[in-house]
Design a protein around this ligand. Structure first.
Ligand code: ZN
Length: 283
């Protein structure tokens, strides 16, 4: 298996949301923007929908247009550097909508590998609402991608300090530890992440890799079983579980799991191979 994917904007993004409803709303808003091109709320909402659909360039165009139409000091790029970077200064415009726009812009640029613009927007978001987790998680992920592990750890730690129930903060810390081959610490952090969010496939994958390094599979089996209750037809996870049962000598469980994989995905050669091995083991 490869290392946990870092291509998502945030460490544990679940990816695109249900697009059907989003597409419809977007069409509506874009129609409205034809007659009201300067409608800031509509631009912001369209940008958010495009962002959720993974259409990052278009999202940036809409969100930056919304920012350019705002007269507040944070949104005026000419004054942003002087005004916004004084931590502790109170901003009357420090609201959710602004925070969301800046973090989404930062996420978009991160997804396009434009680290500098991404970092600038995250920092603006942090100066706006310094106790929110999102921008710290984004900064942590950026630092990871630049292989600045100390910085990454500090950002994830800050997110976790403000929000002890933030599963992504633990997931991020786990990834830092995993990169440093501190497998026992990575293992604990992945577990914490999964305790808060049992549905997190990236953390499951990380826990799996860490378990393989440590040769300890009992915990990962438990979490894979929980995950599969919610996603019974996820054949990659099911196959993973079958291999682990086999490793632990639980051949009946392994056979049952791998048989399920083959029902769902008859042309999976590694599953057929494992089933054959299990039959040999039983014989
Ligand atoms: Zn503004």
């Amino acid at each position: 298996m490869t290392e946990a994917s870092q291509t998502a904007c945030r460490p544990f993004d679940s990816g695109a949301t249900e697009t059907g409803a989003g597409e419809q709303e977007l069409t509506c808003i874009q129609r409205r923007l034809l007659s009201e091109p300067g409608n800031r709320d509509a631009l912001g909402r369209a940008g958010t929908l495009l962002y959720e659909m993974g259409r990052f360039e278009e999202a940036i165009a809409h969100l930056e247009r919304a920012v350019s139409l705002c007269q507040c000091p944070l949104c005026r790029t000419d004054s942003r550097d002087e005004d916004a970077h004084h931590a502790g200064k109170s901003h009357p415009e420090a609201d959710n909508a602004h925070y969301q726009i800046f973090t989404q812009l930062a996420d978009c640029y991160a997804a396009l590998n434009d680290y500098q613009n991404s970092e600038n927007y995250y920092h603006t978001a942090v100066t706006l609402l310094s106790d929110r987790a999102d921008a710290y998680l984004g900064l942590g992920t950026l630092a990871m991608r630049r292989r600045q592990f100390d910085r990454a750890r500090a950002f994830f730690q800050t997110a976790g300090d403000f929000h002890p129930d933030c599963s992504e903060a633990y997931g991020g810390l786990a990834m830092v530890h995993q990169h440093r081959k501190e497998y026992d610490k990575a293992f604990d952090m992945y577990l914490k992440c999964l305790e808060l969010d049992t549905d997190n496939l990236v953390a499951l994958l990380g826990l799996f890799q860490t378990s393989c390094e440590m040769g300890n599979f009992s915990q990962i089996i438990h979490y894979l079983e929980i995950y599969l209750k919610g996603h019974p037809s996820d054949t990659s996870v099911l196959f993973c579980l079958a291999s682990l049962y086999a490793k632990e000598g639980r051949f009946a469980d392994a056979t049952e799991a791998v048989a399920k994989v083959l029902v769902l995905e008859p042309n999976k050669p590694e599953a057929a191979e494992l089933l054959a091995e299990l039959k040999d083991a039983e014989a």
